[in-house]
Design a protein around this ligand. Structure first.
Ligand code: GCU
Length: 465
């Protein structure tokens, strides 16, 4: 896909040589069993079902009884503590949570879970020091605490909403955008990926490089989407224009630019659509990876997606390098996404080429991250292009989308998106290729297929690795 006034047609060789089960989020979580921690005035028991490890701690109906864990943090900073507990009564059993001796959670609620075999999770966000930390959960009423099974550090944000996996691109500054709430009403779509966040000339974000974050059409539309029960992913990059990855000269500066956008809209997810020279530079690829790592650490639960071009059989050497850089940096990127079009030559249908490209992507992500096949599929996704692409020998039909849908369903892909909603209608005479598909179609024919994927995912939410 490409940015405003793209010049992709003139540059296919650059791409050719250079190109949701929903996955996890935040850094990898670590479990610490209660029965292995330091226990004061409580006892280890195993007389109820559903615990993990070898048992749980019964706080023995004493105020002041506690469990204290020693936990490790790779980096100083904010993370989540999730306590897995059961409370078979109907009375809350509040506890104080201290970290390294300081109170961080006063009277944290551990409400009734229905019975002693039913476990729930209470989560708080705290700051940990780098290295070793103590976390203590102390009962503050005469009932004692709940039964506590374990503490999980990190990665405890709620799973991303199912609809996030099905978020096609729309752009509001060009390409005769439809009213997003009209799209929602017509198709049932909930999530949009909004394009494109670019540099305003420096290391500062602006829509298409010029529109402000707040107070303009983009803000108005985001508010309207949310008021209608939807939400947005903001996409940084695209083919054209100045990229933040290039205009920001360090990973921390780039992270700061991403953060401004995350803060402006309280985003749950961002997409880095890395193309053209931003993709082509090893220095910039590394900067993007390092910046995302910072952003991940500072925004627990934020979903990150990295989108890039591909050959018909999977990522080229640049894409492979990007994935390896992510893995080497320990970047817990949620979704690696390829754009299976603008190939500069392919055989067979675009649907089959998309599947082949996704298999290649899975085969690149799997060894880099040491995932199982299943986990690898849950960390990849696709962003197609509906109708005529930028290349004369490519037309992506609704049949091709059905092929992609089947594959996404089979493997629980984390993303099925496309470029673009603006193009999801038939052209009139002299149609602008950024505003119509170039093929005979009904309005929103492609969006409707993507929406089917989000409906599959709506219940239950796909498992997180
Ligand atoms: C019951 C229950 C225990 C629990 C206790 C409590 O005895 O079996 O597992 O710890 O109630 O009130 O805390």
């Amino acid at each position: 896909m490409s940015g405003p006034r793209r010049a992709l047609l003139t540059l296919p060789l650059v791409l050719a040589t250079g190109v949701l089960g929903f996955p996890g989020h935040a850094a990898a979580a670590t479990d610490y069993q209660a029965e292995s921690a330091t226990i004061s005035q409580g006892v280890v028991e195993s007389n109820h079902t559903g615990f993990t490890g070898t048992g749980f701690v019964n706080y023995d109906n004493v105020s002041g009884s506690f469990v204290e864990w020693t936990v490790n943090a790779a980096n100083a900073g904010s993370t989540t503590l999730s306590f897995r507990f059961a409370n078979g009564t109907t009375t809350n059993r509040p506890m104080d949570i201290t970290v390294n001796g300081g109170l961080t959670g006063n009277d944290v609620s551990f409400a009734g879970t229905g019975n002693w075999d039913t476990w729930a999770t209470a989560t708080i966000t705290v700051n940990l020091d780098a290295g070793s930390n103590t976390v203590r959960a102390t009962a503050v009423t005469a009932n004692g605490g709940p039964n506590v099974d374990r503490l999980t550090v990190g990665d405890a944000a709620p799973p991303p909403p199912a609809g996030m996996a099905a978020a096609p691109y729309e752009y509001f500054g060009w390409g005769s955008p439809q009213r997003p709430t009209d799209v929602m009403t017509a198709t049932g779509l909930k999530w949009f990926t909004l394009a494109f966040m670019l540099s305003d000339g420096g290391c500062n974000p602006a829509w298409d490089g010029s529109r402000t974050l707040t107070g303009g059409v983009d803000q108005t539309n985001i508010n309207a989407i949310r008021n209608a029960g939807g939400d947005v992913i903001v996409s940084f990059g695209g083919w054209s224009g100045d990229k933040l990855g290039e205009k920001c000269s360090s990973a921390s500066a780039l992270a700061g630019a991403y953060q401004k956008v995350i803060n402006a809209y309280r985003l749950k997810a961002i997409d880095i659509d890395i193309e053209n020279t931003e993709f082509g530079s090893g220095t910039v690829r590394q900067r993007v990876v390092d910046a995302l790592k910072i952003v991940k650490a500072n925004n627990p639960g934020l979903v990150t997606m990295i989108t890039f071009g591909t050959t018909p059989t999977g990522p080229d050497s640049t894409g492979q390098d990007l994935i390896r850089k992510g893995a080497a940096a320990g970047l817990a990127n949620d979704v690696w996404v390829v754009m299976p079009f603008d190939f500069g030559g392919h055989s067979g249908s675009m649907g089959q080429a998309s599947v082949n490209a996704l298999e290649g992507l899975k085969n690149a992500v799997k060894p880099a991250y040491g995932y199982s096949d299943d986990d690898a599929y849950r960390h990849i996704g696709v962003s197609s292009m509906n109708g005529r692409t930028d290349e004369a020998d490519e037309t992506v039909t609704t049949t091709d989308f059905q092929t992609i849908l089947s594959y996404a369903r089979q493997h629980h892909l984390a993303r099925f998106a496309f470029w673009s909603i603006n193009r999801d209608r038939q052209c009139g005479s002299g149609g602008d290729p950024d505003a119509c598909s170039g093929i005979s179609q009904s309005a929103y024919a492609f969006t409707r297929i993507v929406v089917q994927y989000s409906q599959d995912l709506a219940s239950p939410v796909p498992a997180l690795p």
